[in-house]
Every structure is written in C-alpha cells, then in structure tokens.
Design a protein around this ligand. Structure first.
Ligand code: HEM
Length: 465
C-alpha cells in the first residue's frame, strides 16, 4: 500500500498544481498588454527577447495581459521542446482573430494539433514532396532565369529589388499550386499579394490583437477589424477563383483526399509561408553582400571554378561549399521567421527541468538561439567561413525552420530556391551600392512575423561571362 501511496500523492499534487508554471522560472515584470511588449521592443521583438535572455536565462516566462508565455532562447532547449517532446508541444494557441483568419483553424500553420490537422498536413506534405521530386527544380530554374532577365533590363540603374524577389518567390508557389506564374505588372498577382500582406499586417496590429484578450471590445466599432474582415473575404474570393480555374484545367484531379476548404487554406498557407520568407532572405543576402563585397567575389570565383560557364543545378551544392556557407550564415544571422509560430503545450510537461502546464504558450526564439554566445563564436558577426569544414559553426544549432511536428512545411522548397536564386544572381551580377553618398543598407531590420531589411536600393552590375 505504501508503494502505491507515493505515486498517488504525487499524481494528486501534480493535478492540484497542474495550472501553475514552475516557480523556478523567472522573467521580467508583467506588462498589461501584448501591445506594451511591442512598444518596449521598438520594431524588433526578437532582439528585445534575446536581451532578456541574457538577464533571465535561456528559458524564462513573460506575462502580457492575461497571457503567460515561456520564451526559449537556446537551440538545445528549443530542440527539447519541438523535437524530443514534440507530442507535448505541437499545439497552436487558440484565438478569436486567429480563427477568423484561418477559417476556423483550418490552415496548417494556425490549426491546432488534432486528427484532422494531422491528415491535412500529411496530404499537403506528400503533395509538396511529389512536386519537389517531379518539377520543383525546373520551376525554380525558370524563375531564376526570369529574375536575372529582369535585373539585366534595369541596365545598371539603382533599384529596390524587393518586389522582384517577391514576384520570383510567389511565382514558384503559384506554379506549384495553380500551375500559373505572373509578371510583376500582373493585376491578378498584385491583388493577391496586396490582400495577403494586408491580412498579415492588420492581424498583427494592436487594434486587432486586443480583441483576443477582451471579448467585450468585439461589440464596439473597430475600423481596422472591419478592414481585416473585408480583406479575408477578398483573399478567399481571389484564391477561390484561381483554384476553380486550375480544377477545370486539371479535370478535378487535385489533392482529392482534402475538402475544398482544406485545399483553399493550404494554398493560403503556402502563399503566406512561402513568399515573404524567401524574398526577405534574398533581400538580406544582397544587403549583407553590399557591406562585404569580398564575400560575393568569393562566391563568384567558386561558381566559375566549379561550373565554368554553365548555370548551377541543385545537385552541384556539394561542390559549392562557400555558397552553401553563405546561405547558412544568412539563415543564422537573419532567420526570417525569428520567433517561429507560437506553440501550445497540449498536456502538462517540462522543458529544461521546469514544469510547464497544459495550455502554456511557447515561443521558440530562433533569433536568440542563433545569437547564443555559448554556441556561436562572435555571434553578431557575418562570417560565412564558420560553416566551412573546421570553421566551428554548428549545423545542429542552426534551426531556422523550427523542428518536429511543426517543422516548416516548405523547408525543402525554400532550400532549393535559396540555393538556385542566390547562385544565379551571384553568377550573373555584381551587386554595388546605389551611390557613394548614400549609406549602405541598415542591417538591423524590422521584425513583425517576418524579419525584413529596411528598404534600400542597389545596382545589379552584369558580370562579364
Ligand atoms: C512554418 C521558417 C519558407 C511554409 C514555419 C516555421 C518556421 C519557418 C520557423 C514555424 C515552425 C514552428 O512553428 O515551429 C521558414 C523559413 C523559410 C520558409 C526560414 C525560408 C527561408 C517556407 C516556404 C513554404 C513555407 C517556401 C511553402 C512552400 C510553411 C508552413 C508552415 C511553416 C505551411 C506551418 C507549418 C505547421 O504549422 O505545421 N516556417 N519558412 N515556409 N512554413 Fe516556413
């Protein structure tokens, strides 16, 4: 009887305290609202959260309004939660506005962990794998050639390339999803991008997020909320139209195991997840290369030495270590989804020995993990060489795509895009500062859901082949 009494007591104690976060977890004083947190962080929440880690440790709690979050700032701790204990932390927080944006949680990215969600993700994942195997290379190659053509046509003018990068990344996704690509001037593309961008930025605004914490406010007039609802309706109409056209072309043979809503919301997931991320990373790469011209020259020499005049294939990556090191260093220094997407504990569990009750929100601070001085030598410096053999950079600690059950669905797509786009661009162009008078791009960036560089202009000077 004694032998069973202790576990029983522990069980009842753990049940009794099951809603309390481990008291051993420290953190900064509570803030009344999430909006206050964003004010304190001044445009760059990941940097702010990383500085708190230096004070409160690699795992700490944060209270904003009635929400308690646990912030993870080191890759081993993030791996413990997302990979080792994936089944404890695979949930997503529920929210009133999140449900509206995702048609009741029916996107892969915002949907909570459930049998329906698992089936949805599995079907979308195998469809993407099929595309990656059968056609992704030629789709990305075509867009990379087209992007180089657009840059040639600028004829050495100083320009902001961000829209061209967005069009290239977006065309990869629209070719995979609707079998169609668009020109920069296309009205259809502009409408779609405009609607998705507006939804992401309106959803992130304090006027909207306050509705999640204070249900009473939902009854009051709120113009940003009305605009959000209008944009969601516009997005659904535009995507619905593209899918219907595609169905007609495909004679109805697409992702047959998913309902129409799932197909629709998967398209939203891939467009939102796969456009701004890839394009932001290309923009960061060019910005860093303007600061460090010798790095772009090294990549160019490597490309010429290994490939002579031919354009690279993805299978050449093992023979182009410096180019791969540059891409890894960009993913480390500027992880474009710096705080991943919030996770939710779906049962009582623990991280790094601290008790974490069910429903706690977990924020993997990938930016913090990539700047951890215990792991990275001189973490704030841009040093592609760290990822060359013997350079000391740890591929295990590099986690820009998250991990486990919620690993980025587009990781393989993004890696191929980054490799081919960067290789094509650096083979054909030398990127030069817009003018001697203008300052070089600001490398700090602005972080909302995606970490972006502030707008800058650049000259793409054709290389002599
Ligand atoms: C989720 C990073 C490109 C689709 C994520 C997450 C990260 C991430 C950190 C959150 C993981 C988590 O919750 O723990 C990136 C980076 C990219 C990129 C750094 C490019 C450099 C793409 C592309 C696509 C895509 C190209 C689509 C083809 C998604 C989707 C999710 C996701 C659908 C939600 C997964 C889920 O909740 O199960 N991504 N991503 N991403 N990404 Fe990406």
């Amino acid at each position: 009887a004694k032998a069973t009494a202790v576990p029983k007591l522990l069980h009842s104690l753990s049940k009794r305290f099951s809603r309390t976060l481990s008291p051993s977890l420290s953190g900064p004083p509570s803030l009344p609202l999430l909006g206050n947190m964003l004010d304190v962080a001044q445009e760059h929440l990941p940097i702010h959260l990383t500085s708190l880690a230096r004070r409160y440790g690699n795992i700490y709690r944060l209270n904003c309004g009635n929400t308690t979050m646990v912030i993870l700032n080191n890759s081993e701790i993030i791996r413990e939660a997302l990979i080792k204990k994936w089944s404890d932390f695979a949930g997503r927080p529920h929210s009133y506005t999140g449900d509206l944006v995702s048609s009741g949680g029916r996107t892969i990215s915002l949907g909570d962990f459930s049998e329906e969600w698992k089936a949805h993700r599995r079907v979308a994942h195998s469809a993407l794998l099929r595309c990656t195997r059968d056609s992704l290379h030629s789709v990305v190659e075509k867009q990379a050639h087209h992007l180089c053509q657009v840059l040639w046509d600028y004829n050495g003018k100083s320009v902001d390339l961000s829209e061209d990068f967005t069009v290239a990344a977006s065309n990869v996704i629209t070719t995979l999803t609707f079998g169609k690509s668009y020109d920069k001037s296309s009205v259809d593309l502009k409408k779609l991008q405009d609607s998705l961008n507006k939804i992401v930025s309106l959803w992130g605004s304090p006027w909207i997020s306050v509705l999640d914490s204070f249900p009473l406010l939902r009854k009051l007039p709120n113009p940003p909320f009305s605009r959000l609802m209008k944009e969601i309706a516009r997005r659904d109409e535009l995507i619905g139209k593209h899918i219907e056209e595609f169905k007609v072309r495909m004679n109805g043979q697409m992702m047959q195991t998913l309902t129409d809503t799932h197909v629709h919301m998967t398209t939203v997931d891939l467009l939102i997840g796969g456009t701004e991320t890839t394009s932001a990373l290309l923009n960061w790469t060019v910005a860093f290369l303007l600061h460090r011209p010798e790095v772009q020259n090294k990549v160019y020499e490597e490309l010429c030495g290994v490939l002579d005049v031919r354009y690279p294939q993805y299978s050449d990556r093992h023979r182009l270590p410096y180019l791969c090191a540059l891409i890894n260093e960009m993913l480390r220094l500027r992880p474009v989804a710096p705080l991943a997407v919030p996770h939710r504990a779906i049962r009582n569990s623990s991280i790094a020995g601290h008790f974490i009750p069910k429903n706690t929100i977990i924020i993997p601070n990938l930016y913090g993990a990539h700047h951890d001085p215990e792991v990275w030598d001189d973490p704030y410096s841009f040093k592609p060489e760290r990822f060359l053999e013997g350079g000391g950079g740890s591929l295990r600690a590099l986690i820009p795509f998250g991990g486990g059950a919620r690993l980025c669905l587009g990781e393989a797509v993004a890696k191929m895009e980054m490799f081919l786009f960067t290789a094509y661009l650096l083979r054909d162009f030398q990127f030069l500062p817009a003018s001697k008078e203008e300052p070089l791009p600001d490398l700090r960036g602005v972080a909302s859901v995606v970490l972006k560089v502030k707008p800058y202009t650049v000259i793409a000077h054709p290389r002599e082949q």
